[in-house]
Write a protein that binds this ligand. Structure first.
Ligand SMILES: [Ca+2]
Ligand SMILES: [Ca+2]
Ligand SMILES: [Zn+2]
Length: 500
């Protein structure tokens, strides 16, 4: 957990420094009665919740006015954001039982065709992960692991006579984003964030033994997993567009297979536009220096980070503040630079990285002038007292014998003592330094500071120009790895850049 400021043996001023206070709950502690899972996102005590609900509980597949399944606190619905980052949503298939006459291979082909029908007309991508026995009905699995579970059977008696059922689970932040937006804002439509999806099929129904009907039903139920509702639930629907949609509430069973019509495509693209996807960012962490009045002035690498954000089409991006706890210090956002000034000269104290607590948090999102990203957290994870004002915490610098010598290079590895602090390496060990350690045709590995953000850059010429390749990597271990393709793509040069 944490080192309490009063008991930390490294803390140099046991009595002179004020005690830290945990982030105060403020107005953020509300819990919705419908939530089934909560996460403390900050503070010593639980101060912040994102709620997760299973939208399939009510078994509704009825669309709201927008053609989507209703969201919790948004007039629109919920969406997946993986496609915005060019990433695939992994899916699992349970083949414990299949419709009569359908082989495992036929089932997997039908599932793949059903996913590909949606991928072809949206920004979404899907990737088969494995065959897996879920052990219970996919529609009852409450998780937020970002996967879609396709259950080819109903051995657990989940269905009530229909050919299948599909849905999704989503996350939302009722206190911070009461109007929705945890899944981003597409034009003016705010979405909650999809975190899991499912489809359950009635393998005992005779119609499901026709491979093309199976494919149609799969495509329909996957549409629900993507948050689409029914185009119509009117048995006498006169609107051809709605009646012929794959999302019509009755299977057509006419050999169409996984074929979308204009209604399906138009509706899906409201959440998953193809050539103008929303921007995206990443969670970030800050390690803050403190000192007696005045506090350190935020600057490059000191109490300041650059909010990095991305978008597939390279529109101009801007950062927008959503909320900040400002409990133990003050955040300020200037363009892409986020600075933090501690209120008081706090002693050394840190939260465990990877946990859900922090000394302060800041929530922001990226805007590209058309869309807005999901919200992202910046968390203050540690305070380090820097009485010498050399840019390094006194306890860290004295432990290595480099106090007061930020510009020196104690181990002669070419990186200054100060930058070794910034990069998370050992200033007295020349082997501990930010560099690529191994490179193969398929992967790179480098020494990293856990939970920092790194960009992969590539050039065909050593002199450059280098361009970003793939998405940033946020390692959780001191050795970071990235998948690359040097076997089939042109040979060239890689660089790793730590985002400031
Ligand atoms: Ca060095
Ligand atoms: Ca070193
Ligand atoms: Zn349906």
């Amino acid at each position: 957990m944490t080192q309490d400021g009063g008991s930390d043996p490294r803390r140099p001023f046991l009595c002179a420094l004020p005690a830290l206070k945990p982030c105060t709950p403020g107005p953020l502690g509300a819990i919705l009665p419908t939530m089934t899972l909560s996460r403390s996102l900050s503070g010593r005590r639980t101060t912040f919740f994102a709620a997760l609900i299973l939208a399939g509980i009510g078994r509704t597949e009825t669309a709201n006015a927008t053609g989507f399944l209703p969201g919790a606190n948004t007039a629109f619905s919920s969406r997946w954001t993986e496609g915005d980052r060019g990433e695939a949503i992994p899916y699992l298939v349970d083949t414990d039982a299949l419709p009569a006459g359908i082989t495992t291979n036929q089932a997997l082909v039908a599932v793949s065709n059903a996913f590909e029908a949606w991928a072809a007309v949206t920004s979404l991508r899907f990737a088969f992960e494995s065959i897996e026995s879920f052990g219970q009905s996919a529609g009852k699995i409450k998780t937020d692991d970002g996967r879609i579970r396709i259950q080819m059977h109903d051995l657990y008696g989940y269905l009530t006579g229909q050919l299948g059922h599909g849905g999704r689970m989503y996350r939302f932040m009722p206190t911070i984003l009461p109007d929705g937006g945890m899944g981003g804002v597409v034009e003016t439509n705010r979405f909650d964030l999809n975190v899991a999806g499912f489809a359950v099929l009635n393998h005992e129904h005779a119609d499901m033994s026709d491979p093309l009907t199976l494919e149609e039903v799969l495509c329909h139920e996957i549409g629900h997993a993507l948050s689409l509702g029914h185009s119509s639930e009117d048995p006498d629907e006169s609107d051809v567009d709605r009646r012929e949609a794959i999302m019509y509430y009755r299977a057509h069973r006419d050999g169409r297979g996984a074929t979308l019509n204009d209604w399906d495509i138009r509706t899906a693209q409201l959440a998953y536009p193809t050539n103008n996807t929303p921007p995206y960012g990443y969670p970030r962490y800050m390690h803050i220096l403190t000192s007696q009045d005045p506090p350190p002035v935020p600057g490059p690498y000191v109490n300041q980070i650059v909010l990095s954000m991305y978008q597939a089409q390279n529109r101009a991006l801007a950062a927008e503040e959503i909320a900040a706890s400002n409990s133990n210090g003050l955040f300020s956002l200037d363009g892409l630079l986020l600075s933090y000034t501690p209120r008081l000269p706090w002693g050394d104290s840190e939260w465990e990285l990877g946990g859900t607590n922090s000394w302060d948090w800041f929530i922001w999102r990226a805007c590209d002038g058309v869309h807005k990203s999901a919200p992202y957290f910046v968390r203050v994870m540690s305070f380090g007292y820097d009485g010498e004002r050399d840019g390094m915490p006194d306890s860290w610098a004295s432990a290595y014998g480099v106090s007061g010598d930020p510009d020196g290079d104690a181990d002669g590895d070419g990186v200054s003592n100060f930058m070794e602090w910034v990069l998370g390496s050992n200033p007295t060990n020349a082997h501990s330094v930010f560099r690529i350690e191994t490179a193969t045709d398929s992967s790179l590995a480098w020494q990293a500071k856990p939970y920092e953000a790194y960009e992969i850059l590539f050039a065909t010429n050593a002199a450059g120009p280098f361009a970003r390749r793939g998405n940033p990597i946020l390692p959780v271990h001191p050795v970071a790895t990235a998948a690359v393709d040097m076997a089939t793509s042109p040979r060239g040069f890689y660089r790793i850049r730590k985002i400031p």
